[in-house]
Design a protein around this ligand. Structure first.
Ligand SMILES: *Cc1c(COP(=O)(O)O)cnc(C)c1O
Length: 394
Protein backbone atom coordinates (compact mmCIF):
# COMPACT_ATOMS: atom_id res chain seq x y z
CA UNK A 1 0.00 0.00 0.00
CA UNK A 2 1.39 3.38 -0.96
CA UNK A 3 1.46 5.98 1.81
CA UNK A 4 2.03 9.56 0.64
CA UNK A 5 3.89 12.04 2.83
CA UNK A 6 0.96 14.42 2.47
CA UNK A 7 -2.55 14.31 1.03
CA UNK A 8 -3.72 17.91 0.83
CA UNK A 9 -6.52 17.22 -1.64
CA UNK A 10 -8.31 14.89 0.71
CA UNK A 11 -8.67 17.49 3.46
CA UNK A 12 -9.78 20.26 1.11
CA UNK A 13 -12.18 18.14 -0.94
CA UNK A 14 -13.95 17.15 2.28
CA UNK A 15 -14.92 20.85 2.47
CA UNK A 16 -15.70 21.19 -1.24
CA UNK A 17 -19.13 22.79 -0.79
CA UNK A 18 -18.02 25.34 1.80
CA UNK A 19 -14.82 26.28 -0.03
CA UNK A 20 -16.73 26.74 -3.27
CA UNK A 21 -19.28 28.91 -1.46
CA UNK A 22 -16.44 31.00 0.02
CA UNK A 23 -14.97 31.49 -3.44
CA UNK A 24 -18.36 32.50 -4.78
CA UNK A 25 -18.86 34.98 -1.93
CA UNK A 26 -15.52 36.69 -2.59
CA UNK A 27 -16.12 36.65 -6.34
CA UNK A 28 -19.48 38.37 -5.95
CA UNK A 29 -18.23 40.83 -3.31
CA UNK A 30 -15.89 42.59 -5.72
CA UNK A 31 -13.53 43.16 -2.75
CA UNK A 32 -10.31 41.44 -3.81
CA UNK A 33 -7.81 43.22 -1.52
CA UNK A 34 -8.21 43.38 2.31
CA UNK A 35 -11.82 44.06 3.40
CA UNK A 36 -14.29 42.20 5.57
CA UNK A 37 -13.17 38.63 4.73
CA UNK A 38 -9.69 39.54 5.98
CA UNK A 39 -10.96 41.35 9.06
CA UNK A 40 -13.14 38.39 10.00
CA UNK A 41 -10.35 35.86 9.60
CA UNK A 42 -7.84 38.00 11.51
CA UNK A 43 -10.28 38.29 14.41
CA UNK A 44 -11.09 34.58 14.37
CA UNK A 45 -7.50 33.33 14.29
CA UNK A 46 -5.94 35.76 16.80
CA UNK A 47 -6.78 33.78 19.98
CA UNK A 48 -5.25 30.64 18.47
CA UNK A 49 -2.16 32.61 17.46
CA UNK A 50 -1.55 33.81 21.02
CA UNK A 51 -1.85 37.59 20.62
CA UNK A 52 -4.67 40.13 20.25
CA UNK A 53 -3.47 41.91 17.09
CA UNK A 54 -3.36 39.73 13.97
CA UNK A 55 -2.48 40.75 10.41
CA UNK A 56 -3.08 38.55 7.37
CA UNK A 57 0.19 38.42 5.43
CA UNK A 58 1.18 37.13 2.00
CA UNK A 59 3.29 34.29 3.47
CA UNK A 60 5.08 33.15 6.60
CA UNK A 61 8.31 34.39 5.07
CA UNK A 62 6.88 37.85 4.51
CA UNK A 63 5.55 37.87 8.07
CA UNK A 64 9.11 37.34 9.34
CA UNK A 65 10.40 40.04 7.03
CA UNK A 66 7.70 42.46 8.15
CA UNK A 67 8.41 41.76 11.83
CA UNK A 68 12.11 42.55 11.33
CA UNK A 69 11.30 45.70 9.33
CA UNK A 70 8.84 46.88 11.97
CA UNK A 71 11.49 46.44 14.67
CA UNK A 72 13.86 48.53 12.55
CA UNK A 73 16.45 45.77 12.29
CA UNK A 74 18.93 46.33 9.46
CA UNK A 75 22.55 46.71 8.43
CA UNK A 76 25.04 46.35 11.29
CA UNK A 77 22.58 44.40 13.43
CA UNK A 78 22.84 40.75 14.36
CA UNK A 79 19.92 38.41 14.98
CA UNK A 80 20.18 35.04 16.72
CA UNK A 81 18.43 32.24 14.83
CA UNK A 82 18.62 28.48 15.13
CA UNK A 83 20.79 26.83 12.49
CA UNK A 84 18.44 23.84 12.33
CA UNK A 85 15.29 25.34 10.80
CA UNK A 86 13.61 26.18 7.51
CA UNK A 87 15.57 28.65 5.38
CA UNK A 88 13.19 31.62 5.81
CA UNK A 89 14.07 32.07 9.50
CA UNK A 90 17.62 33.07 8.58
CA UNK A 91 17.03 34.31 5.04
CA UNK A 92 14.74 37.13 6.20
CA UNK A 93 17.43 38.45 8.52
CA UNK A 94 19.78 38.77 5.54
CA UNK A 95 17.00 40.27 3.41
CA UNK A 96 16.75 43.30 5.76
CA UNK A 97 20.55 43.69 5.58
CA UNK A 98 21.24 42.34 9.06
CA UNK A 99 23.43 39.33 9.88
CA UNK A 100 21.92 36.05 11.03
CA UNK A 101 24.00 34.48 13.79
CA UNK A 102 23.32 30.77 13.89
CA UNK A 103 22.96 28.96 17.20
CA UNK A 104 22.97 25.22 17.72
CA UNK A 105 19.96 22.99 18.38
CA UNK A 106 18.73 20.62 21.04
CA UNK A 107 18.90 16.97 19.89
CA UNK A 108 15.79 16.04 21.89
CA UNK A 109 13.22 18.73 21.01
CA UNK A 110 15.13 20.03 17.94
CA UNK A 111 14.68 23.64 19.11
CA UNK A 112 17.09 26.49 19.81
CA UNK A 113 19.86 25.69 22.31
CA UNK A 114 19.46 28.91 24.26
CA UNK A 115 22.69 28.49 26.23
CA UNK A 116 24.56 28.21 22.93
CA UNK A 117 22.71 31.25 21.56
CA UNK A 118 23.84 33.27 24.56
CA UNK A 119 27.49 32.43 23.84
CA UNK A 120 27.08 34.03 20.40
CA UNK A 121 25.72 37.38 21.61
CA UNK A 122 27.69 40.51 20.73
CA UNK A 123 27.15 44.24 21.20
CA UNK A 124 25.38 44.20 17.79
CA UNK A 125 22.80 41.55 18.71
CA UNK A 126 19.31 43.05 18.49
CA UNK A 127 16.88 40.15 18.42
CA UNK A 128 16.37 36.41 18.71
CA UNK A 129 14.02 34.27 16.59
CA UNK A 130 13.07 31.06 18.41
CA UNK A 131 11.37 28.58 16.07
CA UNK A 132 8.73 26.19 17.44
CA UNK A 133 10.01 23.46 15.20
CA UNK A 134 7.86 20.54 14.04
CA UNK A 135 4.98 21.80 16.22
CA UNK A 136 6.65 21.82 19.66
CA UNK A 137 7.35 25.05 21.54
CA UNK A 138 10.91 26.21 22.05
CA UNK A 139 12.11 26.69 25.64
CA UNK A 140 10.41 30.07 26.01
CA UNK A 141 11.31 30.60 29.68
CA UNK A 142 14.97 30.52 28.70
CA UNK A 143 14.43 32.54 25.51
CA UNK A 144 12.57 35.30 27.35
CA UNK A 145 15.15 35.27 30.14
CA UNK A 146 17.92 35.70 27.57
CA UNK A 147 16.02 38.50 25.80
CA UNK A 148 15.41 40.36 29.02
CA UNK A 149 19.00 40.03 30.21
CA UNK A 150 20.44 41.34 26.93
CA UNK A 151 17.65 43.69 25.82
CA UNK A 152 16.73 41.68 22.72
CA UNK A 153 13.50 41.75 20.74
CA UNK A 154 11.83 38.36 20.30
CA UNK A 155 10.11 37.14 17.12
CA UNK A 156 8.56 33.71 17.52
CA UNK A 157 8.59 31.74 14.27
CA UNK A 158 5.40 29.76 14.76
CA UNK A 159 5.04 28.62 11.14
CA UNK A 160 4.82 25.00 12.26
CA UNK A 161 3.10 25.57 15.58
CA UNK A 162 -0.23 27.45 15.31
CA UNK A 163 -2.13 26.75 18.53
CA UNK A 164 0.72 24.86 20.22
CA UNK A 165 1.14 25.65 23.91
CA UNK A 166 3.98 26.28 26.33
CA UNK A 167 3.15 26.00 30.03
CA UNK A 168 -0.55 26.50 29.31
CA UNK A 169 -0.13 29.56 27.08
CA UNK A 170 -0.34 29.61 23.31
CA UNK A 171 2.93 30.14 21.48
CA UNK A 172 2.84 33.65 20.06
CA UNK A 173 1.95 35.03 23.50
CA UNK A 174 5.59 35.54 24.47
CA UNK A 175 7.48 37.54 21.84
CA UNK A 176 7.11 41.06 20.49
CA UNK A 177 5.88 39.36 17.34
CA UNK A 178 4.97 35.88 16.25
CA UNK A 179 4.75 34.74 12.65
CA UNK A 180 2.73 31.92 11.12
CA UNK A 181 2.48 30.28 7.74
CA UNK A 182 -0.58 28.84 6.00
CA UNK A 183 1.53 27.19 3.29
CA UNK A 184 -0.60 24.23 2.18
CA UNK A 185 1.45 21.65 4.12
CA UNK A 186 1.30 23.52 7.43
CA UNK A 187 -1.25 22.40 10.02
CA UNK A 188 -3.69 25.07 8.83
CA UNK A 189 -3.12 25.13 5.10
CA UNK A 190 -4.48 27.65 2.60
CA UNK A 191 -5.05 26.90 -1.08
CA UNK A 192 -1.89 28.82 -1.93
CA UNK A 193 0.54 31.06 -0.08
CA UNK A 194 -0.60 32.91 3.04
CA UNK A 195 0.77 33.85 6.44
CA UNK A 196 0.06 35.75 9.64
CA UNK A 197 1.81 38.24 11.89
CA UNK A 198 0.62 38.75 15.45
CA UNK A 199 1.65 41.26 18.11
CA UNK A 200 0.75 41.90 21.73
CA UNK A 201 1.43 45.62 21.49
CA UNK A 202 -1.03 47.78 19.59
CA UNK A 203 1.50 50.41 18.50
CA UNK A 204 3.84 47.75 17.06
CA UNK A 205 0.89 46.12 15.31
CA UNK A 206 -0.14 49.46 13.81
CA UNK A 207 3.37 50.10 12.52
CA UNK A 208 3.37 46.64 10.94
CA UNK A 209 -0.06 47.33 9.42
CA UNK A 210 1.34 50.48 7.84
CA UNK A 211 4.39 48.67 6.47
CA UNK A 212 2.13 45.90 5.10
CA UNK A 213 0.80 48.43 2.58
CA UNK A 214 3.88 50.43 1.55
CA UNK A 215 3.92 52.52 4.73
CA UNK A 216 1.09 54.63 3.34
CA UNK A 217 -1.63 56.35 5.40
CA UNK A 218 -3.77 57.51 3.79
CA UNK A 219 -3.17 55.94 0.41
CA UNK A 220 -0.28 57.60 -1.51
CA UNK A 221 1.12 59.39 1.58
CA UNK A 222 4.17 57.34 2.62
CA UNK A 223 5.58 57.74 6.12
CA UNK A 224 7.74 54.63 5.97
CA UNK A 225 9.14 52.46 3.22
CA UNK A 226 7.13 49.28 3.41
CA UNK A 227 6.08 46.80 0.76
CA UNK A 228 3.06 44.76 -0.27
CA UNK A 229 2.73 42.01 2.33
CA UNK A 230 -1.05 41.46 2.17
CA UNK A 231 -2.83 38.12 2.28
CA UNK A 232 -5.55 37.70 -0.37
CA UNK A 233 -9.12 37.88 0.96
CA UNK A 234 -9.77 34.75 -1.08
CA UNK A 235 -7.25 32.85 1.07
CA UNK A 236 -8.73 34.43 4.20
CA UNK A 237 -12.18 33.16 3.15
CA UNK A 238 -10.81 29.63 2.55
CA UNK A 239 -8.93 29.66 5.85
CA UNK A 240 -12.06 30.80 7.70
CA UNK A 241 -13.79 27.66 6.36
CA UNK A 242 -10.98 25.43 7.62
CA UNK A 243 -10.40 27.13 10.99
CA UNK A 244 -13.37 25.48 12.81
CA UNK A 245 -11.88 22.09 11.88
CA UNK A 246 -8.44 22.94 13.20
CA UNK A 247 -8.90 21.32 16.58
CA UNK A 248 -9.91 18.07 14.88
CA UNK A 249 -6.90 18.22 12.55
CA UNK A 250 -4.64 18.69 15.57
CA UNK A 251 -6.24 15.85 17.52
CA UNK A 252 -5.77 13.52 14.54
CA UNK A 253 -2.09 14.47 14.24
CA UNK A 254 -1.62 13.89 17.98
CA UNK A 255 -3.34 10.50 17.73
CA UNK A 256 -1.17 9.55 14.73
CA UNK A 257 1.98 10.49 16.65
CA UNK A 258 0.90 8.58 19.75
CA UNK A 259 0.12 5.53 17.62
CA UNK A 260 3.48 5.61 15.83
CA UNK A 261 5.29 5.88 19.15
CA UNK A 262 3.26 3.07 20.73
CA UNK A 263 3.93 0.74 17.80
CA UNK A 264 7.56 1.62 17.18
CA UNK A 265 8.94 1.85 20.68
CA UNK A 266 8.75 -1.91 21.27
CA UNK A 267 11.07 -2.67 18.35
CA UNK A 268 14.68 -3.74 19.00
CA UNK A 269 17.03 -0.77 19.30
CA UNK A 270 14.28 1.86 19.33
CA UNK A 271 14.11 4.43 22.12
CA UNK A 272 11.88 7.43 22.76
CA UNK A 273 13.82 10.66 23.25
CA UNK A 274 13.88 11.64 26.91
CA UNK A 275 12.87 15.12 28.09
CA UNK A 276 15.46 14.64 30.86
CA UNK A 277 18.18 14.86 28.19
CA UNK A 278 16.87 18.13 26.74
CA UNK A 279 19.78 20.21 25.52
CA UNK A 280 18.03 23.60 25.32
CA UNK A 281 20.11 24.81 28.24
CA UNK A 282 23.28 23.16 27.01
CA UNK A 283 24.97 19.84 27.79
CA UNK A 284 23.01 17.38 25.68
CA UNK A 285 24.04 13.72 25.70
CA UNK A 286 24.62 11.63 22.60
CA UNK A 287 22.12 8.88 21.90
CA UNK A 288 23.31 5.37 21.11
CA UNK A 289 20.04 3.84 19.93
CA UNK A 290 19.39 2.64 16.37
CA UNK A 291 16.27 4.76 16.10
CA UNK A 292 15.20 7.66 18.33
CA UNK A 293 11.50 8.56 18.39
CA UNK A 294 10.39 12.16 18.97
CA UNK A 295 8.90 13.09 22.33
CA UNK A 296 6.26 15.63 23.36
CA UNK A 297 7.38 17.35 26.54
CA UNK A 298 4.89 17.24 29.44
CA UNK A 299 4.82 21.05 29.82
CA UNK A 300 3.87 21.73 26.17
CA UNK A 301 1.07 20.90 23.76
CA UNK A 302 2.78 19.47 20.70
CA UNK A 303 0.77 19.85 17.48
CA UNK A 304 2.93 17.50 15.39
CA UNK A 305 3.49 19.35 12.15
CA UNK A 306 6.13 16.67 11.69
CA UNK A 307 6.88 13.30 13.27
CA UNK A 308 10.64 13.27 13.01
CA UNK A 309 12.83 10.28 13.83
CA UNK A 310 16.56 10.23 14.30
CA UNK A 311 18.46 7.40 12.66
CA UNK A 312 22.03 7.49 14.04
CA UNK A 313 24.91 5.85 12.18
CA UNK A 314 26.67 6.71 8.94
CA UNK A 315 24.32 6.38 5.96
CA UNK A 316 21.54 4.64 7.91
CA UNK A 317 19.01 7.49 7.59
CA UNK A 318 19.39 7.53 3.82
CA UNK A 319 19.12 3.74 3.72
CA UNK A 320 15.86 3.89 5.67
CA UNK A 321 14.51 6.57 3.36
CA UNK A 322 15.38 4.43 0.33
CA UNK A 323 13.73 1.40 1.96
CA UNK A 324 10.51 3.35 2.64
CA UNK A 325 10.53 4.75 -0.86
CA UNK A 326 10.81 1.26 -2.40
CA UNK A 327 7.67 0.32 -0.47
CA UNK A 328 5.86 3.41 -1.77
CA UNK A 329 6.06 5.30 1.53
CA UNK A 330 6.71 9.02 1.40
CA UNK A 331 9.13 10.71 3.78
CA UNK A 332 11.11 13.94 3.83
CA UNK A 333 14.33 15.28 5.30
CA UNK A 334 13.60 18.43 7.28
CA UNK A 335 16.38 19.68 6.97
CA UNK A 336 19.35 18.18 5.11
CA UNK A 337 21.63 21.24 5.35
CA UNK A 338 21.73 23.45 8.46
CA UNK A 339 21.65 27.18 7.78
CA UNK A 340 25.25 27.73 8.92
CA UNK A 341 26.36 25.46 6.05
CA UNK A 342 24.26 27.13 3.33
CA UNK A 343 26.45 28.69 0.63
CA UNK A 344 24.30 31.86 0.47
CA UNK A 345 25.35 32.78 4.00
CA UNK A 346 29.07 32.26 3.39
CA UNK A 347 29.74 35.91 2.50
CA UNK A 348 29.84 38.38 5.36
CA UNK A 349 29.24 35.76 7.99
CA UNK A 350 30.06 36.20 11.63
CA UNK A 351 31.31 32.68 12.11
CA UNK A 352 31.10 31.55 15.68
CA UNK A 353 30.88 27.80 15.17
CA UNK A 354 30.79 24.94 15.80
CA UNK A 355 27.23 23.59 15.47
CA UNK A 356 27.70 19.90 16.26
CA UNK A 357 24.05 19.10 17.04
CA UNK A 358 22.68 20.85 13.93
CA UNK A 359 25.18 18.94 11.78
CA UNK A 360 24.26 15.69 13.47
CA UNK A 361 20.51 16.26 13.12
CA UNK A 362 20.86 17.14 9.44
CA UNK A 363 22.43 13.73 8.86
CA UNK A 364 20.06 11.74 11.11
CA UNK A 365 16.50 13.08 10.80
CA UNK A 366 13.66 11.74 8.72
CA UNK A 367 10.01 12.80 8.89
CA UNK A 368 7.17 10.31 8.37
CA UNK A 369 3.62 10.86 7.02
CA UNK A 370 1.59 12.42 9.88
CA UNK A 371 -1.23 14.28 8.09
CA UNK A 372 -4.61 14.17 9.90
CA UNK A 373 -6.36 11.88 7.40
CA UNK A 374 -3.72 9.12 7.67
CA UNK A 375 -5.50 5.79 8.26
CA UNK A 376 -4.64 3.05 10.72
CA UNK A 377 -3.74 0.76 7.81
CA UNK A 378 -1.36 3.39 6.48
CA UNK A 379 0.33 3.81 9.85
CA UNK A 380 0.58 0.03 10.10
CA UNK A 381 2.26 -0.02 6.68
CA UNK A 382 4.83 2.59 7.75
CA UNK A 383 5.56 0.76 11.01
CA UNK A 384 5.90 -2.58 9.26
CA UNK A 385 8.36 -1.09 6.76
CA UNK A 386 10.49 0.34 9.57
CA UNK A 387 10.31 -2.93 11.46
CA UNK A 388 11.48 -4.78 8.33
CA UNK A 389 14.36 -2.32 7.94
CA UNK A 390 15.55 -2.86 11.50
CA UNK A 391 15.08 -6.63 11.31
CA UNK A 392 17.34 -6.73 8.25
CA UNK A 393 20.16 -5.55 10.50
CA UNK A 394 20.49 -2.14 8.87
C1 LIG B 1 7.06 27.26 6.36
C2 LIG B 1 7.98 27.99 7.23
C3 LIG B 1 8.27 29.35 7.04
C4 LIG B 1 7.85 30.13 5.82
O1 LIG B 1 6.52 30.11 5.53
P1 LIG B 1 6.02 30.38 4.02
O2 LIG B 1 4.56 30.64 4.20
O3 LIG B 1 6.30 29.15 3.24
O4 LIG B 1 6.73 31.57 3.49
C5 LIG B 1 9.08 29.99 7.96
N1 LIG B 1 9.60 29.33 9.01
C6 LIG B 1 9.36 28.03 9.22
C7 LIG B 1 9.96 27.37 10.41
C8 LIG B 1 8.56 27.31 8.34
O5 LIG B 1 8.34 26.01 8.55
Amino acid sequence: MAVPLLDLKQQNLALHGELTAAFDRVLRSGQYILGSEMDAFERAVAPLAGAPFALGISSGTDALLLALMTLGIGPGDEVLVPSFTFFATGGCVSRVGATPVFADACPICFNLDVADAERRISSRTKAVIPVHLFGQAADMDSVMGLAKKHGLAVIEDGAQALGAEYRGKKVGAFGDFATYSFFPSKNLGALGDAGLLVARDEALAEKARLLRTHGAKPKYYHHLVGANFRMDPLQAAFLAVKLPHYETYTRCRQANAADYTARLKGLEGVVVASPADCGCRGGAKAATARLVLPVAYPHVTHIWNQYTLRVPGQGRRDALREHLSLRGIGSEIYYPVPLHAQPCFAAGRVDRGPWPVSDQLASEVISLPIFPELTEAQREEVVSAISEFLASGR
